[in-house]
Write a protein that binds this ligand. Sequence first.
Ligand SMILES: *Cc1c(COP(=O)(O)O)cnc(C)c1O
Length: 462
Amino acid sequence: MEYISTRGQVAPIGFIDAILMGLADDGGLLVPQHIPQLSADMLKSWQRLSYQELALEIFTLFVNDEIPCADLKRLVDDSYATFRDEDVTPVRRINNGLHVLELFHGPTFAFKDVALQFLGNLYQYVSGKTNSIIHILGATSGDTGASAIEGVRGKAGIRICILHPHGKVSKVQELQMTTVDDANVLNLAVDGTFDDCQRIIKELFADVDFKHRYHLRAINSINIARILAQTVYYFYAYFQLANKGQADKVNFSVPTGNFGDIFAGYLALKMGLPINKLILATNENNILERFVREGVYEPGEFRGTYSPSMDIQVASNFERYLYYLYGEDSAAVTRLMGQFKADGRIAIPADKLAAVQADFAAYGVQNEECLDAISDYHAKYDYLLDPHTACGVAATDKLADDGEVTIALSTAHPAKFDEAIRLRGIAQTYPPQIEALFDKPQHQTVVGGTNDDIKDQLVKFF
Ligand SMILES: *Cc1c(COP(=O)(O)O)cnc(C)c1O
């Protein structure tokens, strides 16, 4: 399989070059040159595979022979050996219409582990094969940083530096990042906001000389390897229900921020998985809800919510979807993204909006509705939702029709967001792995928020 850019100005490249490139050199996003189509027979033959076996089948379609099968198998097995549940991503039945796909059984109790455990191993493999050093630089508002650090800590050939806004991530998230004491990890606590951190990263990556001299690589959710890893659990969850005769077509409900996770679901749909509709759940930052309902993509005013990992105005993976909506027409995508840059909005015509609404339904969950869903499902089903998952479940309650079966993706363990859950008087006990973090020493360097402050630290570290 080769990869091309949504803007059409990058010559086709292989899988490994695609994961190393991150953002495409022409400013677009990398996509596979074609999407593999699965026959009903092929789907049937996958139905009883373990998570790891299924992941291997799916990655093989997208990697081809660039990584030998035995190596790919080892990468997959190593990546999911760190998960605490033997099913990796188990499905829990809540009632006849609703099942929860628990994606939080990895090392940092957030769904990002599913992709970043794999990407970490992949980077280590590539570093070994090409005998080159990989320096990862990223910014986080919480979950990505912890998960990326866990993905590469102690690994040969890789160093990672993560910027987070000092004192502005949740306590558990801060501890998950800063209690790691491996020599290849540097945590910079930046005097500023998450936006400051992101701007610094963007500018350092744009400094081509600096980027090449220090072999900088990205770990953000536009990396195609992350999308592919997330596609696996849509298939796996569907098979769990289909095997029990509980559904032959399902909805998936996805708490959405940067459109990465739900794009993985869209990819599964395009490959032939029998998905009825993708329910796109946002919080009060509802640019994507407005796009699905009205066909207008335009950032609104930033709102702080109980689901901070979804507090996003411009969704970095959205361009991938536009590319398919416009029939893989890179000229159209280039024009639309140019328009977005100039006018700050994109409006699509009625026929395109109809195509969007054939696959997606969307709902923006208000802060109180999110907490209501946590209280209601706790009282009624004795099941504790984290605030991100609660948005997905609340959207399902609004948008799933009678008789439909919905699998709601659970993107974080409730212990990570205890502050919100306590507002409804619900007490939880932390898993022992999280409890243990509170006794460990922290390693972080507090730095000023200028590019030079960060560069000085990087030059010392790399
Ligand atoms: C990152 C994240 C999301 C949003 O996922 P996207 O791929 O950015 O849409 C939702 N929930 C949690 C807990 C997350 O960490």
